[in-house]
Design a protein around this ligand. Structure first.
Ligand SMILES: [Ca+2]
Ligand SMILES: [Ca+2]
Ligand SMILES: [Ca+2]
Length: 396
């Protein structure tokens, strides 16, 4: 069975990089330089973006064709101006760019050598770039805030989710987030590509929204466009897009004193307001007496925006004693058993901010945030946990 070796994608929105020599207006059309080289080399599982200068062909069609040199068979053909190339395997790939307009068809051959990487890639998270939990019963605990900790030191503490033996961090209530990345690009092959680990069970699902991006500007930082993974709830009318919530730091005169909370008596604690005209309180419960507002944030309010899913917890006892959080279908973090198919993510589910599907050849960064704003009685607020992630192709 022939495997699909290489993934292509393109974007009409990518600004063209003008690197070609200025074209001589009198030159023969077939000599016009589209600003791409005839050969490139890239490491395995690194994205190579080719953005030819096609300004001389404003009305032309472009057809990228990729052939595995060893087999000479097309593995994928796309239309578009730019090419994003990544391969899981080493070897030399022949790529053809056909530029067709009314007058002519020009074909340019490009050879891409895919080299073995230096060292060994890890399938697991390599770095945490950002971490800001919303208010929650595990905020300031997972990871632990200590006097003197700053935004930077708390991000460093969240690095417990890296590597092959990750620990758990809590993102707190709605909107709390973590941003992490890998030491290579996760390739988007046919089917599901990576998984985010949590601590869900079949009756304790605290779904987190997942976003992906790739290092388009090649600066090594997650400052590129984010694409939301459109999970099973994305198109439902119970899902609110562009939701915004603001948490208000608790008034110390009203906040319960640590150690004084009585059993099963929840206390209105941290006020929240949202852009849907609603407001309420995050409660403090008897199990966790620390401050629930991130202690390293001095601002009196903390706001988060994103997609909000409908509440998924319900009391099945009728008397408030048995709260069950049922899973959503697919495409979320902390929403299915680790290692289950339902916890795996297909990069093809990514959409842009307008909800249009995007074709990404691979990703470098992942963002996860808590996707619901619910208090589940004595269980307290629903908060996504993240306990690692890995590339499904590299994990043996
Ligand atoms: Ca895929
Ligand atoms: Ca970047
Ligand atoms: Ca959880």
């Amino acid at each position: 069975m022939k495997k699909l070796l290489v993934i292509l994608s393109w974007s009409l929105l990518t600004p063209l990089i003008i690197t070609s020599c200025s074209d001589d207006d009198n030159s023969e059309p077939e000599n016009t330089n589209p600003g791409i080289q005839s050969a490139y080399s890239v490491d395995r599982l690194r994205i190579l973006d080719l953005t030819p200068d096609l300004s001389a062909y404003p009305a032309a069609d472009f057809e990228w064709t990729i052939k595995s040199k060893s087999s000479q068979e097309d593995s994928l053909t796309t239309m578009g101006r730019n090419l994003s190339f990544i391969s899981l395997y080493t070897g030399v790939y022949q790529v053809s760019l056909k530029i067709k307009d009314k007058k002519e068809t020009i074909e340019k051959q490009i050879y891409i050598t895919v080299n073995k990487e230096t060292g060994t890639y890890s399938p697991y998270i390599a770095k945490v770039y950002d971490f800001l939990p919303a208010v929650g019963q595990f905020t300031n605990v997972l990871p632990k805030w200590e006097e003197g900790d700053t935004r930077e030191s708390m991000i460093a503490k969240a690095e417990v989710i890296t590597g092959s033996s990750p620990a758990t961090i809590s993102l707190g209530g709605y909107g709390g987030y973590v941003v992490f990345g890998f030491d290579h690009s996760i390739i988007n092959m046919k089917g599901r590509d990576f998984t985010v680990l949590g601590n869900a069970s079949s009756s304790s699902c605290e779904p987190g929204i997942i976003l992906v991006s790739y290092d388009k500007n090649k600066n090594g930082l997650p400052d590129d466009e984010w694409y939301e993974i459109a999970g099973s709830e994305y198109h439902k009318n119970t899902t609110i897009k562009n939701y915004e919530i603001t948490y208000h730091q608790p008034d110390p005169n009203k906040a319960p004193v640590p150690g004084t909370i009585s059993w099963q008596k929840d206390i209105e604690y941290i006020k929240w307001t949202d852009n849907q005209g609603k407001s309420g309180y995050k409660t403090k419960n008897s199990y966790h007496s620390q401050n629930y507002y991130p202690q390293w944030i001095s601002s009196p309010t903390l706001s988060f925006t994103g997609t909000k899913l409908a509440d998924n917890y319900a009391d099945q006892s009728g008397n408030g004693t048995y709260w069950v959080g049922t899973p959503y279908g697919y495409g979320y973090a902390d929403n299915a058993l680790n290692n289950s198919e339902a916890s795996k993510i297909d990069i093809d589910w990514a959409v842009d901010k307008n909800g249009n599907p995007v074709k990404l050849s691979g990703i470098d960064f992942v963002k996860v945030y808590t996707g619901t704003n619910q208090e589940a009685g004595w269980l307290g607020e629903i908060s996504t946990e993240v306990a690692g992630a890995y590339d499904l192709y590299l994990k043996k």
